[in-house]
Design a protein around this ligand. Structure first.
Ligand SMILES: Cc1cc2nc3c(=O)[nH]c(=O)nc-3n(C[C@H](O)[C@H](O)[C@H](O)COP(=O)(O)OP(=O)(O)OC[C@H]3O[C@@H](n4cnc5c(N)ncnc54)[C@H](O)[C@@H]3O)c2cc1C
Length: 360
């Protein structure tokens, strides 16, 4: 590997919510920070249904324009029957706008961004990046892997590929306004569920299934849309936008950090194994990562970022995700076409039901 041409206090790989949050805090703490992302534009082509709990405001400031709609809760349907309405107020975001604003705040704190640039390798503190056909090397005292579900940094830390769900989503025009987010369980969606999250006049309508069933996504989503059209939830128009992607379902990765590298957000498995929610966890883990790296850099490495960060992440998510992973494994093993048994299975494995919390 060639010697590095530039040196930073911290390099953040990935400009999603985890990476931008971490970079902003490190910039505000006075460090020289570079964020690298393979996307041409921050906030473009977000792979997300954009639902966040209201309490995200404790961790991230939202402007009015960042919120597409506020919802009062989540309705759960099993086998097409409404079985629960959970009072869990939240927002459906204009996530792209929010991320762009977050990046502007990071830039204002002195952070540099390099877009359309892919990290292809890491050796020690040296990062190899590819921009077009040009390969170059950049180094940093600390490298933060906020590079999503297929993280190159997680792999470098020795983690094996995680359990994943695959998702496909259309933005559809609504037939009438919806006040709640809706989740649909059906035996056809093995390992996952379908959803309709309203954004004013439209909604993010999608299906997620276990990764091994990803070939069925297009058909499943078409059928789900037909069902919603019949019920006059959405209009029979073509989708306004299409997105999709992978959602980690394996819980926290085994190794979250070492002495010069850590992972945050999806790269660290900070996505709730049962719900697939990862936006707020990306923000929280990005902030925790920045705090640990700040202590590390200020103490010239005497305060071990890796150990402090791992402890913080385990304290935040360890027990919650272990419970969720346990419910996920039991649910997927017991998946059944028998409607009564399926309903009972979902009640034991979905966060809206008391049965989820009642087990050991
Ligand atoms: C279809 C779908 C729907 C979802 N819906 C919700 C939801 O409603 N609510 C919720 O809370 N969560 C949802 N999630 C999960 C949520 O999107 C993620 O948990 C969240 O985006 C994680 O943020 P992050 O910053 O860790 O990673 P990401 O947002 O994935 O950002 C990672 C960034 O790293 C960049 N990158 C990756 N590799 C490299 C590389 N080698 N070099 C340079 N750059 C790189 C990528 O371009 C990307 O910008 C959904 C996920 C999917 C796929």
């Amino acid at each position: 590997m060639k010697p590095a041409s530039e040196h930073f206090d911290a390099i953040v790989v990935g400009a999603g919510p985890a990476g931008i949050t971490a970079a902003k805090h490190l910039g505000q703490d006075g460090f020289k920070v570079l964020v690298i992302d393979q996307k041409k534009e921050i906030g473009s082509n977000v792979q997300c249904a954009e639902f966040v709990p209201l309490v995200i405001s404790r961790h991230a400031m939202l402007r009015e324009c960042d919120i597409a709609q506020q919802v009062h809760g989540i309705k759960t349907f099993i086998n097409d029957e409404l079985v629960n309405t959970l009072r869990a107020p939240g927002y459906v975001l204009n996530r792209g706008l929010w991320e762009q604003n977050l990046a502007q705040k990071a830039e204002a704190a002195g952070v540099s961004f390099r877009n359309a640039t892919r990290v292809v390798d890491i050796e020690g503190k040296v990062v190899s990046v590819l921009k077009g056909t040009q390969l170059s090397q950049i180094s940093a005292e600390y490298i933060l892997g906020c590079d999503g579900p297929r993280s190159i940094i997680s792999k470098k830390l020795g983690n094996v590929p995680q359990e994943m769900c695959a998702a496909l989503q259309y933005e559809m025009l609504l037939a009438k306004p919806l006040e709640a987010a809706a989740i649909y369980f059906d035996a056809a969606y093995y390992g996952g569920y379908a959803w309709a999250f309203p954004k004013g006049k439209s909604a993010n309508v999608g299906v997620a299934v276990h990764d091994s069933y990803k070939d069925q996504l297009k058909t499943l989503l078409a059928d789900f849309c037909q069902k919603l059209i019949k019920r006059q939830v959405i209009q029979a128009e073509a989708g306004l936008a299409t997105t999709g992607g992978l959602i980690p379902a394996g819980g926290l990765v085994a190794c979250m950090a070492n002495e010069h590298m850590l992972v945050a957000g999806d790269a660290a498995g900070c996505t709730h194994p049962i719900t697939g929610a990862g936006i707020m966890n990306a923000v929280v883990s990005g902030h925790l990562a920045a705090m640990a790296v700040t202590m590390h850099l200020r103490s010239q490495g005497r305060d071990p970022a890796g150990k402090n960060y791992t402890q913080a992440l385990l304290a935040e998510y360890g027990i919650r995700f272990a419970v969720a992973s346990d419910r996920l494994v039991t649910r997927n093993q017991g998946w059944t076409n028998n409607q009564e048994e399926f309903t009972a299975l979902i009640r034991r494995s979905w966060i809206a039901f008391p049965e989820y919390y009642a087990q050991q």
